[in-house]
Ligand binder design. Sequence first.
Ligand SMILES: *[C@@H]1O[C@H](CO)[C@@H](O)[C@H](O)[C@H]1NC(C)=O
Ligand SMILES: *[C@@H]1O[C@H](CO)[C@@H](O)[C@H](O)[C@H]1NC(C)=O
Ligand SMILES: *[C@@H]1O[C@H](CO)[C@@H](O)[C@H](O)[C@H]1NC(C)=O
Ligand SMILES: *[C@@H]1O[C@H](CO)[C@@H](O)[C@H](O)[C@H]1NC(C)=O
Ligand SMILES: *[C@@H]1O[C@H](CO)[C@@H](O)[C@H](O)[C@H]1NC(C)=O
Length: 362
Amino acid sequence: MAATILLLTSLSISGQGDSAWSCQEGWPCQLALASHNPVFLDCPSAQHSSISWHFLNLSVENSSFVPFINSSGLIEGDLKLKDPQTSDSGIFLCQDGDRLLAYFETDFQDALQLHVSHAVLDQNTRPLEMVALDDGRELEMYTHWSGWQACDRCDAEGERRRLGFCYARLLRGSDVPGEPEPLPCGLMRVKLGAHSVPALSRGPELRIETCMETCRGVPAAGIDKEIPILLKDTFLAQLREPVELRCPRASVYNPVYWKRDDTILTLLQLLTLNGTHSLDRVTGGAIYRISHAFPSDAGTYRCYANRTETGIFLVKLWRGKRKHADQTFPFFKHIILITVVIFNALTLATICSYMGRNKESG
Ligand SMILES: *[C@@H]1O[C@H](CO)[C@@H](O)[C@H](O)[C@H]1NC(C)=O
Ligand SMILES: *[C@@H]1O[C@H](CO)[C@@H](O)[C@H](O)[C@H]1NC(C)=O
Ligand SMILES: *[C@@H]1O[C@H](CO)[C@@H](O)[C@H](O)[C@H]1NC(C)=O
Ligand SMILES: *[C@@H]1O[C@H](CO)[C@@H](O)[C@H](O)[C@H]1NC(C)=O
Ligand SMILES: *[C@@H]1O[C@H](CO)[C@@H](O)[C@H](O)[C@H]1NC(C)=O
């Protein structure tokens, strides 16, 4: 396999996740990524027709490569994972016939444990942690930060954020001489004998701060390999029921902000207000939630992913009767109907017997 890997020409990752040290030309690429956020894996110099992806599942002991997907589900040879889970961590490789084009060792870290901290709120990032192994060796577990994303808007005060992933470094007793190379925590766990270090995991992190950027040139387009999208949707909310608006193209990997009618909402507001409005953390704000809707929540909500408007949601309050009210009404109607029928029957019976008695006596 090593010989084949050396033949790799170039590798590119669509600016998602983090490949701190190991992503170089001609070598396998180790990637830390966030679960529950869509991701693209690039297959460089792919000739559309004969591309196939293979997968080795690292969650399964002694597993081997299995065919994963072929051309039909691919966009220009690239693999899109719509909703990756932590159990999808493993080795993905892209082949053109027998030729190896890309080799990714992916660690999908648990976004349900995403730690969000805002600089303005003086919130801390996660501290470095030490992990002792059974054999006396020691590991350092820390957050490795990716670069700052672009400011979510321009020519106005906005917010920007950076993603951090769990990395681990062997401190003592490493079999590799010299400075041991850090690895994403999940890959380190596998390297050290899979399930022997259950403590070696913590979720990714998202750090937010305010920013100011001047607008220049045309606004950034959507993901280059996907068609532009603008979703328009009407959401009929029931009184006191939850509302969930999903912003297309938004994820932890790119900037997103929301507008309610003409008011721009900030992550700071949505993180600190104790109201019913909040943003989903797992996807870094790609989902807008109203815990229970009131008439005052009606309005137009817009979202901007990568500074491009990708969603317009018209939230209306559904003013129909509530369900249980609908059910109680027919129930009472039936009782009234039955009462009337019984009453009529009794009256009729009384009249009949009365008339009968009259006939007898007459
Ligand atoms: C995995 O392979 C090792 C070495 O061949 C073997 O000892 C072990 O039992 C295997 N585990 C499973 C679950 O098959
Ligand atoms: C690849 O495509 C062929 C033909 O459509 C199909 O039979 C096969 O199951 C596919 N393989 C995978 C892994 O999707
Ligand atoms: C990998 O294995 C786990 C555990 O068996 C499973 O839940 C998961 O779906 C597998 N992932 C893929 C991509 O097949
Ligand atoms: C966001 O815009 C930048 C700049 O145009 C582009 O490089 C990047 O691919 C875009 N990312 C997404 C996820 O749309
Ligand atoms: C929100 O609630 C928390 C805990 O209940 C409280 O400490 C905090 O001050 C509240 N924030 C606002 C803006 O009301």
